[in-house]
Structures are given as structure tokens and as C-alpha cells.
Design a protein around this ligand. Structure first.
Ligand SMILES: [Zn+2]
Ligand SMILES: [Zn+2]
Length: 265
């Protein structure tokens, strides 16, 4: 068994839980320690039982609570060297023995869950996406990336459940109030992917892979709506002949509350 729950996802803070009876992992901790504690307790996970926090990159919406959680629950982190260099000064005083430097494309284990980090293109030091697997299932998360590659698709096609970024609606972003430089950054190769691109990825991993559960995440507050993201991705999949709700389940994660608990048996 392996389960997944998004505690929060969006530009104001990200944290996801992946675990089973023996192993409990957080992917990013970009909210207050208090929020993450109550989110975990909401799905029956005692934060003192956390075995590790894996970190995608050093942007504050992914690391805000890391220092607090490390100190309060004595939990180790797993992070690439570039990301560690970008965040070490921002998280307060921690026990350096709790910092595990990981390498891209190398499997490592946190108790009985195998974890793999693979590079994504985003404006951070060494940003990564992650997959998590044990004997029963595989979970992938790709948020905070400007574009996708075949390598990334290959990583997530073998996942049962994938959480994909659906950051913005391209038209809303273009027409919206963001300053020009910010629009350019988001739309760039190292920014964030749109609902439309999210739909392309969803089609690929359902048609060419084994993914049967897709979650959309990291929605922009200003340049997207949950219904718009959902409907855009759904209609792209349906135009490719994929029956949403039948061939694949499509669900949302939320900016400020925990999402569903998905259990792969
Ligand atoms: Zn970021
Ligand atoms: Zn982010």
C-alpha cells in the first residue's frame, strides 16, 4: 500500500504527503509548521512519525516550514546540493547531520519507499521532480517546471498516480495585471506550465503509460480558476478519446486545504 495526499498546493505554499504504515514522507514543506501539523493529523498521520522531507527546490512556497519541522520533529531532509545551497541560510539553525544530499536520477530509500529525483527546468538552482514507489504502487509529482521533456514523461508514465502542475490559463495570464517581466518569467522555459500543457502531459501518460489517477496542482491565484483548469485538461483529454472518470480519474488539489487521500493497494 502507498498513499498520497496534498496538504496544500499553489503559489502560496506546497506540501504533499506520501506514505504507508511504516514510512511517512513529506514532499516540500512550504507552509507553516502549524498548518502542516494539522494537515497531517487530519489524515491520521502523527507528525512525530515523519521519516523524511524531500525538497524540490528552494523557492519559499516549498521550504517555508522546513526548518520548524526539522527542529520540532527531528526529521531529516533529502535535497540536491544546489537546492541546499539555495535554502540553507533561510531555514534557521538545524542539525547538519539531518541534511542528506541526493543526486539527480539516483534511487534512494526512505525506509521502504524508493524515491527518485529527476531534473526539471525551473528558475532555481537545481530543481527536481520526484517519484515514490514500493511494491504496490508508484506516485509522481511534477510541479514548478517551464516545459516538459521525454525524460520527464518516461519517469511518470510508469506511475499509477501523478500530480501535474496546471499553473495558469495562458489567456488570463496574458490579459492579466502581472507586470511584463513576471508574465515573461512564468511563460518561459524555466517558469510554470499552463492548463493546456498540463493537458498534453495528462494525455501522454494515460495513452502511453499506466497512469489512472491525475491530480492538478500549483494553480496560480491570479491567473487561473480550479474549474477552468479542470475543464481545460478534461476537454483536451476527451478530444484525444480518453474517457475521464472511466479510463482515468481527474481530481484537483487545493491552495489552502487538504485534498483527497488516495490509496494505491
Ligand atoms: Zn518555484
Ligand atoms: Zn512553487
Amino acid at each position: 500500500m502507498i498513499s498520497f495526499c496534498s496538504l496544500a498546493s499553489g503559489s502560496s505554499g506546497n506540501s504533499q504527503y506520501i506514505g504507508n504504515k511504516t514510512t511517512k514522507i513529506l514532499l516540500d514543506a512550504g507552509l507553516s509548521g502549524k498548518y502542516i501539523k494539522s494537515g497531517l493529523e487530519g489524515i491520521g498521520v502523527d507528525p512525530t512519525d515523519l521519516d523524511g522531507i524531500v525538497i524540490t527546490h528552494e523557492h519559499s512556497d516549498h521550504i517555508k516550514g522546513v526548518g520548524v519541522l526539522m527542529r520540532r520533529y527531528d526529521v531529516p531532509i533529502y535535497v540536491t546540493e544546489g537546492t541546499w545551497n539555495g535554502m540553507s541560510e533561510k531555514i534557521g539553525k538545524i542539525d547538519s547531520e539531518k541534511v542528506n544530499i541526493i543526486k539527480n536520477d539516483e534511487l534512494f530509500k526512505i525506509k521502504d519507499i524508493e524515491v527518485k529525483a529527476y531534473p526539471v527546468s525551473h528558475d532555481a538552482n537545481d530543481p527536481v521532480g520526484f517519484t515514490f514507489q514500493n511494491g504496490t504502487g508508484k506516485i509522481g509529482v511534477i510541479t514548478d517546471l517551464g516545459h516538459y521533456t521525454d525524460t520527464i514523461l518516461n519517469e511518470i508514465r510508469t506511475c499509477d498516480l501523478v500530480m501535474i502542475e496546471a499553473n495558469h490559463d495562458e489567456e488570463m495570464l496574458q490579459m492579466g495585471s502581472y507586470p511584463y517581466y513576471l508574465k515573461r518569467r512564468i511563460l518561459s522555459e524555466v517558469g510554470h506550465i499552463s492548463n493546456e500543457v498540463s493537458g498534453e502531459i495528462a494525455c501522454d501518460i494515460v495513452k502511453n503509460g499506466k497512469t489512472r489517477n491525475i491530480l492538478l496542482g500549483h494553480l496560480s491565484r491570479e491567473n487561473n480558476f480550479p474549474d477552468l483548469a479542470y475543464e481545460t485538461v478534461k476537454s483536451i483529454m476527451e478530444s484525444e478519446g480518453i474517457r475521464v472518470g472511466d479510463d482515468v480519474m481527474l481530481n484537483m488539489t487545493y491552495r489552502d486545504k487538504i485534498g483527497g487521500l488516495f490509496v494505491i493497494k
